[in-house]
Design a protein around this ligand. Structure first.
Ligand code: ZN
Length: 630
């Protein structure tokens, strides 16, 4: 079938968006292609359409479990069969899925990168009728990139085992990273397709301010529609959401510490507009397709331009006017530098933490390979009197150097097995009629449930029983007390997987050169974002585009720098703007002035209210008593 026909049939669109067609036709010709498309540029269509044009199944590598689930669900809704394999699944389930991928007529197999190197996956690989290898978030393969994941290097190894073409996709890559991606993926010919990164409807606004809470509330009140506020720390997200609520703004918070049902629930409520502003860590927004986000505010400095551009780019995907606001002050700058120190502890400390980790679990030298450990960072840090953050970053680096894998917030599914024999199940006198329904649902859905505990999807089972998840857990617990089932409640934890036996001190290769290189790179990114925030002489949009290798671009005309230039002054420097507004507005009032200043596009100085008072005190502005009271 033709590409356009597939698009119409499964997606209902009449035409491709810019660049999609080029990418699809290159892939359909069997060429390796790297596509750089900004967030919201319709990335998935670029590999889903070519995969549907060919027989066989596309292997899609992506690190984001939430995104994986969304996409599988999305494809299923379009009548396309798709599977996903990710961390936290039982071996038996993985085997079943791989068997389906090989023989079940499925079109897409989503896998997280760490699966690729497993013996289980490798043994099934020759049986899979692959048509493409799709690499999502392809920048993760590059050591030059801001989000390198060593597991991604496994993808390069796959190329020796199958000769299908590669479709690599990413939203951000500097020219250097793009080259590196094509190298690491062993491209057979270099083909880089990049769509323009201009976002003409997005106004970049930078504000240096001390009172972020007040600024943020003003922005939320001044700009209508949905918004996202990014903050670094979970606790601050909670506080800020509470503060906004106290100012009468519909807000909630989101971070990886919430359990998945709650996260899904909040995300959906925000998507439907029931929650207007989501205050979140960077865990939020990835893969969420909401077109009418009117503002994205960063209440602090992000780690670098890459993540900033990606997160800010979630505003205004519908093409209507939207704002990307960055609020910062000197303490953010200090924190950014501190973060660098914390995230790159001395290598000796990392080697030491490696040993302590083994001591923690009582693993002697020359043993431990292949062990999977549930890891409690808090307990570990307490036992050895260490700060938590350096431990976290040390483990991350041990992962990079392939000594171990470190997965945080892994969700282990709830598992249930039925202990009673099928024949006698109906004779058991159960205290609650809902238990009978529940057992029937379980038997219908999970065929192996009589022989061994199987992972269950709590939301689906609860829905089928007509109750909520908490009620379901209650019922399961009570059934287990009756010895009818075996119930292993799911949990969230961190997991460490040891790649090899414990090494003696002095024998751990921590690749000091690579470490220095990474540290330098991180510092450069931090410098770049600090410059972006503090400099006021170049159009914000131009500056960002230049960073991503787009040399030619025009002034956007709508960022704070462009606006200030137009009104002839530094963005935050003049009393003139205050005076001008007051003199030019018919019947000005204090509340109208406040509302005007809240609009980030107004170009008003951050301290406009204080300036106004000073101007009144200095007698430079006459004002009727009525205007002040309102
Ligand atoms: Zn501009």
């Amino acid at each position: 079938m033709e590409a356009l026909e597939i698009l119409k049939r499964h997606w209902g669109y009449e035409a491709f968006r810019p660049m999609q067609e080029e990418i699809i036709s290159a892939a359909a010709d069997g060429r390796d292609v790297l596509a750089i498309l900004p967030t919201g540029g319709g990335k998935s269509v670029c590999f889903q359409v070519p995969a549907l044009m060919r027989d066989g199944i596309a292997l899609v590598v992506t690190p984001l479990i939430a995104l994986m689930r969304d996409q599988v669900q999305n494809l299923e809704e379009r009548g396309i069969r798709a599977l996903a394999i990710h961390a936290g699944m039982e071996r038996r389930e993985v085997e079943r899925l791989l068997n389906n991928a090989a023989y079940g007529g499925f079109k897409f197999l989503y896998v997280s990168p760490e699966r690729l190197g497993t013996a289980l996956f490798r043994s099934w690989l020759p049986l899979l009728p692959l048509n493409y290898i799709v690499v999502d978030e392809a920048h993760c393969i590059s050591q030059w990139g801001y989000d390198f994941r060593p597991d991604y290097l496994q993808i390069g190894a796959l190329r020796g085992l199958t000769d299908v073409p590669v479709i690599a996709l990413t939203a951000t890559a500097t020219p250097q990273v793009a080259e590196d991606i094509m190298d690491k993926l062993a491209f057979r010919g270099r083909l880089l397709l990049r769509s323009g990164f201009e976002r003409p409807n997005l106004s970049y606004i930078v504000r240096r301010c001390e009172d972020k809470n007040g600024q943020l509330a003003d922005i939320c009140q001044g700009v209508e529609g949905s918004g996202i506020v990014y903050m670094r720390h979970r606790r601050r997200c909670e506080e800020m959401a509470a503060y906004l609520e106290s100012r009468g703004i519909s807000a909630s918070f989101y971070h990886a510490g919430l359990d998945s049902a709650l996260r899904t629930q909040r995300q959906e409520a925000w998507r439907r507009g029931e929650i207007r502003v989501m205050v979140s860590t960077n865990a939020f927004g990835m893969g969420i397709d909401k077109a009418d986000v009117r503002f994205v505010v960063h209440a602090g400095l992000p780690e670098g331009p890459e993540s900033y551009f990606q997160e800010a780019g979630r505003a205004g995907r519908d093409g209507l006017s939207a704002y990307a606001v960055l609020l910062w002050n000197d303490s953010d700058l200090r924190r950014l530098r501190q973060l660098h120190t914390v995230s790159f502890p001395p290598l000796e400390n990392i080697a030491d933490i490696y040993q302590k980790l083994h001591i923690f679990y009582g693993i002697p030298y020359e043993t431990g390979a292949g062990r999977q450990l549930r890891f409690d960072l808090e307990a570990f840090a307490a036992r050895f009197r260490l700060e938590r953050a350096p431990v976290h970053y040390a483990l991350r680096y041990l992962e990079r150097t392939e000594h171990l894998s470190f997965s945080e917030d892994v969700e282990i599914s709830t598992q249930v097995g039925i202990l009673a024999a099928r024949e006698v199940l109906y004779d058991i006198d159960l205290p609650d009629p809902r238990m009978v329904t529940l057992l029937e649902v379980l038997m219908r859905r999970y065929s192996g449930i009589f022989s061994h505990p199987v992972p269950i999807r709590e939301e689906e089972v609860a829905a089928a029983c007509g109750c909520g998840v908490p009620a379901l857990r209650q019922l399961l617990y009570r059934l287990s007390l009756e010895h009818v089932i075996r119930y292993i409640p799911g949990e969230r934890c961190s997991v460490i997987y040891l790649h090899h036996n414990r090494l003696t001190p002095g024998n751990i290769d921590l690749r000091p050169e690579q470490y220095r290189f990474l540290a330098d790179n991180a510092r450069q990114r931090a410098d770049a974002i600090a410059d972006y925030a503090s400099e006021t002489d170049e159009c914000r949009s131009r500056r960002l585009l230049r960073y991503f290798g787009q040399e030619e671009s025009a002034d956007c005309g709508s960022c704070d720098v462009c606006r200030a230039r137009r009104s002839g002054g530094a963005p935050q420097a003049s009393d003139a703007a205050v005076l001008r507004w007051w003199n030019e507005t018919p019947a000005p009032t204090l509340s109208a002035f406040r509302a005007h200043c809240a609009d980030p596009a107004s170009g008003m100085p951050v301290d406009a209210m204080e300036r106004l008072r000073a101007l009144i005190d200095a007698g430079r502005l006459s004002i009727s008593p009525g205007a002040l009271e309102k």
